[in-house]
Design a protein around this ligand. Structure first.
Ligand code: CO
Length: 130
């Protein structure tokens, strides 16, 4: 349907916010996401978002990513019409799935991640809005 959002891991959220808001000339929404051990700054562009993610603890998924790979692109989220169909297709293709079944994302969405291994090094998030 569209690119829903792009997630970028940053070491210093305040510094990253300064850079991005100066360049993009807009204010982000900053949220604490304790369940995932991270702080997030969200910039909206029409129907799409840019998410800057800073770990609040080193043993969170984003914290481990930062330790292993450093700052940079974490995942690309693509909205699909039917996540069950998209997941079934991915399975049929033999792609490695992080989530065998959709789980709850933010704002009532359903999400599932496809492992970077089969996706040319990029973690792909499939998302379906309610
Ligand atoms: Co995401």
């Amino acid at each position: 349907v569209r690119i829903a959002h792009v997630g970028i891991v940053v070491r210093d959220l305040d510094a990253a916010i300064q850079t991005y808001r100066l360049l993009l000339d807009r204010e982000p929404k900053v949220e604490d996401v304790p369940g995932q051990g991270m702080l997030e700054a969200v910039f909206e562009f029409g129907q799409s978002r840019l998410e800057l993610m800073q770990p609040t603890t080193p043993d969170s998924p984003v914290g481990r990513f930062l330790a292993r790979r450093g700052e940079g692109l974490h995942h690309v989220a693509i909205e699909v019409e039917d996540i069950e169909i998209a997941l079934a297709r991915a399975k049929k293709m033999g792609l490695l799935l992080v989530d065998e079944k959709p789980r709850r994302g933010s704002g009532g969405s359903r999400i599932a991640f496809v492992h970077p291994k089969g996706m040319n090094g990029v973690l792909l998030e499939l998302t379906q809005q309610e």
